[in-house]
Design a protein around this ligand. Structure first.
Ligand code: ZN
Length: 471
């Protein structure tokens, strides 16, 4: 029996307006080499200045990961020679990482698992090298972007756990506003390490795997690697300690050459940053209720199902929208159902986001109030919702404009009941004889004729009365 050990190294680009150590704009997708300056290009004689916002966001993530915070942020240089790093060294943290000894809980197979966080350190990103045929092009816009590296302990055993950890963590940093978690654009990246050994014998030879740039690749690559190492051990061979690359086209890992840093030393240009009590208060202020806690609260306080709560907390904006709707008087279960099914259906179909759409919390609450107060019926409510998205108007106005108000016990309905009975004499006779089945059909006819505006129970009552009368 073998035991597997998986750890992750996750890099996230922090959502600061400017880079980590100079005033250049930190933004993805700009024209290559437009957000650069002498500092991030490593010109001689320039001095870096620490972006405090990057430190604040780092401390917030460290707190959210239950880490012990370092009393000071000390920066080191990691020297290596590669064209993507114009200074020939990367500003990083080696001896005094910002946070240590934390943990994050994940849920896999219905069980909660705690994965320990080894450390978390702030560094700078490198430029981007683009290989085009026999040419290599360089874009330094990314050079100097604040990058937070999170290193977990090898506490996971299967690729699925790593995939869930990555998803859980991504949700967390999006809640905190620390990173947009966009793996396609590279603002969140992941490397993994895998070792296997006979059960009870501790860690085996560690293999690092690079280029796990989607949560699906994380699962595939790590499970592939566990299997590869198992087969090597079963054949009586050993596993080489090396760095491998996930080849997403061939679904396998292959050896890669690495750029090893030659030596490290404290950065003499950057004095240690010692957070003041005021700074730490700003860190605390940035801690929002995290997804897992919010989910538990939704289940407990609002009586929601696990699935409904999971859906609502998946994005902070959706959870905020939901609670705003409740604060405007909507019933918890009803509002959750509408968001989870009817609203989501429209958003998915039209490829839209809830935030910024014509549906505001106020409009949803208004619609639900009209529905529960009997102003409209269920089917009409769905039509109103569609119209809110299409026409960007308040539900009450839409209902008024379209004449979709519920029909009460009015003369118009009475006439319609009589007409329907006359036109369906056979069905009416059957009901009269005690067969209630055709009653549904008759109600349906009237609902159709009124465009859903009639109240089905009332229609049923009127039909029965009329049939009795005709006896
Ligand atoms: Zn710069």
């Amino acid at each position: 029996m073998y035991q597997s050990f998986i750890g992750l190294e996750i890099h996230i680009q922090l959502l600061t307006k400017t880079k980590g150590f100079c005033g250049c704009t930190n933004r993805f997708g700009d024209e290559p080499n437009t957000n650069i300056c002498p500092v991030c290009m490593g010109y001689p004689g320039t001095l870096p200045t620490l972006n405090e916002e990057a430190v604040r966001l780092s401390y917030i993530v460290a707190r959210a990961l239950n880490c012990a915070l370092s009393p000071q942020a000390v920066f080191d240089r990691k020297n290596y020679f590669y064209p993507d790093i114009p200074k020939n060294y990367q500003i990083s943290q080696i001896a005094f990482p910002l946070g240590r000894n934390g943990w994050i809980d994940i849920a896999y197979n219905g069980k909660k698992k705690r994965v320990r966080i080894h450390e978390l350190h702030l560094e700078e990103d490198a430029g981007k090298m683009i290989h085009a045929g026999d040419m290599s092009l360089l874009d330094y816009n990314r050079a100097g972007t604040p990058l937070l590296e999170i290193v977990t302990e090898p506490d996971m055993e299967v690729g699925e756990e790593a995939e869930i950890l990555l998803q859980t963590f991504r949700r967390m940093i999006r809640y905190l506003g620390a990173c947009d978690g966009n793996m396609e654009e590279g603002s969140m990246r992941c490397d993994g390490n895998v070792s296997i050994n006979e059960a009870g014998k501790g860690l085996g030879k560690r293999v690092e795997i690079k280029n796990l740039n989607s949560s699906r690749f994380v699962k595939l690559a790590l499970n592939y690697e566990i299997q590869r190492q198992k087969e090597l051990l079963e054949k009586g061979g050993g596993v080489a300690q090396e760095t491998r690359l996930w080849n997403e086209n061939r679904d396998l890992t292959e050896p890669m050459r690495t750029k090893e840093s030659a030596y490290r030393l404290p950065d003499p240009d950057l004095p240690p940053f010692v957070p003041t009590p005021e700074f730490l208060a700003k860190v605390e202020a940035g801690l929002v209720e995290l997804p897992a806690a919010r989910k538990e609260r939704f289940i407990k306080d609002y009586g929601l199902s696990e699935a409904a709560a999971e859906f609502l907390i998946s994005e902070k904006s959706t959870a905020d929208f939901y609670e705003e709707t409740l604060s405007l008087g909507a019933a918890p279960e009803e509002a959750a159902n509408w968001l989870q099914f009817d609203v989501r259906k429209i958003l998915n179909r039209d490829n839209k986001e809830l935030a910024g759409s014509p549906l505001t919390a106020k409009r949803l609450a208004g619609l639900l109030e009209l529905l529960s107060g009997g102003g409209i019926h269920g089917k009409i409510a769905k039509q109103v919702l569609e119209a809110v998205f299409a026409e960007d108007k308040d539900p009450a106005l839409i209902i008024k404009e379209k004449g979709w108000e519920s029909m009460g016990d009015c003369a118009e309905l009475g006439v319609l009941v009589e007409k329907t009975l006359a036109a369906n004499a056979k069905a009416a006779a059957a009901v009269k004889a005690g067969d209630l089945k055709p009653l549904g059909f008759l109600v349906g006819q009237i609902m159709k004729a009124t465009g859903g505006r009639a109240e089905p129970l009332l229609v049923q009552k009127l039909l029965k009365e009329k049939i009795e009368e005709n006896k």
